[in-house]
Design a protein around this ligand. Structure first.
Ligand SMILES: C[S@@+](CC[C@H](N)C(=O)[O-])C[C@H]1O[C@@H](n2cnc3c(N)ncnc32)[C@H](O)[C@@H]1O
Length: 262
């Protein structure tokens, strides 16, 4: 099974995913809303997390459509009751997957964590129906920087340095977002496009809270890099709630492309 840094059995992971949805769903819905879907569309939502996008897709395709929502751990999806939803415990790297089956395949903040991400992109193209759309959203962490002179700015700069060590050590990529559009062309998708959105993590807002919760989970491996102490991490966790804290978040790159066909 693929390595993953944010297991669902961490006590605060459900809360972290709820904040993630609150911050990032509007942009995802905006892009997904522009993808043409036939009546009764068949969708695959990979690494569904707490399931907000799977639920939204169920509404979008209506009762004659179908959404397959997968995750390594489907515990957070058990509360979903949509009649056109199939929840599937599934590892996108290794488990069986239909071919020529889906009108839309979407994954947000999943592939960047998977070491075999290039293999997964090729699998997803095969899983699309001819003419179907692939929409992947992943971070590009190059924009992740503190504002000059902000509270906790020096610690934040060190945390960013540590994160760029922790992610690759776990097989995760910090530059996958910007790679997506060319990867889509390389696997033969057409009508490829992409856009990136950056939130500003102003202390005490949900955006900064998402980073604080992510930092809380990444604290131990960051300390393991030798760049930060436990005291540093605690101080930065407090700074994220301070009105004087401000940083740019990683850029959420959304890329789309269509499998050639009717
Ligand atoms: C950062 S969370 C994002 C959740 C959701 N996509 C969202 O954006 O709200 C990544 C999710 O991908 C799942 N995941 C990680 N590796 C996976 C794999 N190999 N196959 C399927 N799901 C995976 C995790 O369990 C987690 O729920």
């Amino acid at each position: 099974m693929a390595a993953y840094l944010f297991e669902h059995d961490w006590d605060d992971e459900r809360d972290r995913l709820d904040v993630l949805e609150q911050v990032f769903d509007p942009a995802s819905r905006d892009c997904l809303g522009r993808v043409p879907l036939p009546p009764g569309g068949q969708c695959l939502e990979i690494g569904s997390g707490a399931g907000s996008i799977a639920r939204w897709l169920c509404d979008r395709v209506g009762p004659t459509g179908r959404v397959v929502a997968t995750d390594l751990d489907t515990g957070f999806l058990e509360a979903l009751t949509e009649s056109n939803l199939e929840v599937r415990r599934h590892d996108i790297v290794a488990d069986d997957l239909e071919t020529d089956a889906f009108d839309l395949i979407h994954a947000r903040l999943v592939l960047e964590h998977i070491p075999q991400r290039d293999h997964v992109v090729r699998r997803l193209v095969r899983a699309l129906r001819p003419g179907g759309w692939l929409v992947l959203e992943d971070f590009d962490w190059s924009s992740f920087v503190p504002a000059p002179g902000c509270t906790g700015g020096d610690l934040m700069a060190t945390a960013v340095e540590a994160l760029h060590l922790v992610f690759p050590a776990a097989g995760a990529a910090t530059d996958f977002g910007r790679a997506l559009p060319l990867d889509f062309r390389a696997v033969g998708l057409v009508e490829v496009g992409a856009e990136g959105r950056v939130h500003v993590g102003l202390g005490g807002t949900p955006v900064a809270t998402w980073w604080r919760m992510t930092l809380a989970k990444l604290g131990p491996p960051m300390i393991g890099t030798g760049l930060m102490t436990g005291t540093d991490v605690d101080e930065l966790l407090r700074a994220c709630e301070d009105p004087g804290f401000c940083c740019l978040l990683p850029t959420l790159v959304t890329a789309w492309g269509r499998r050639p066909g009717p």
